[in-house]
Design a binder for this molecule. Sequence first.
Ligand code: HEC
Length: 145
Amino acid sequence: MNAKLVAAAVAVIALGGLGAYGIFAGQGVAAPTAQAAAGRAMVEVALPAQLSATAKLGETAFNARCASCHGVNAAGRAGVAPPLIHKIYEPGHHGDMSFLMAARNGARAHHWRFGDMPPVPGLTDAEIGAIITYVREVQRANGIY
Ligand code: HEC
């Protein structure tokens, strides 16, 4: 292959990657994220005026173990993981058990194109319960359910 062909192939691959990114970034997301930098919040999250004591514990655990992927305030991170403050994750669609299972066993990519979620080891049931309480309170404050 000569240099020109190689350059053309690289350009095609790069464009293909951008196209795929555009498709997933636009999926079910309120904000225009197609041009968002990787890692940016995917939705705007309003915090409740007050979190319950349990939710506050959950927030701390969430920030330590989940926010690196799901973003601060569970607002998602472009190119990394979805916002949990999202209709898809309301209790009627993803009940509390699915949160417990995701933390314990991970989750196979099915709603998005971020890839699989790995298990998050070392959390007690109580800690995961507090995380769920936190996510639910923030979901309610944002009219998710
Ligand atoms: C390494 C990155 C990463 C971390 C850390 C992470 N997640 Fe996830 N999570 C993902 C990705 C990616 C998905 C999307 C899977 C899909 O396409 O549906 C996901 C999906 C989920 C789902 C939906 C599961 C389902 O059944 O569809 C829940 C609930 C969830 N995460 C909760 C959490 C909680 C709670 C934590 C912290 C204890 C956490 N995640 C930590 C990446 C992560």
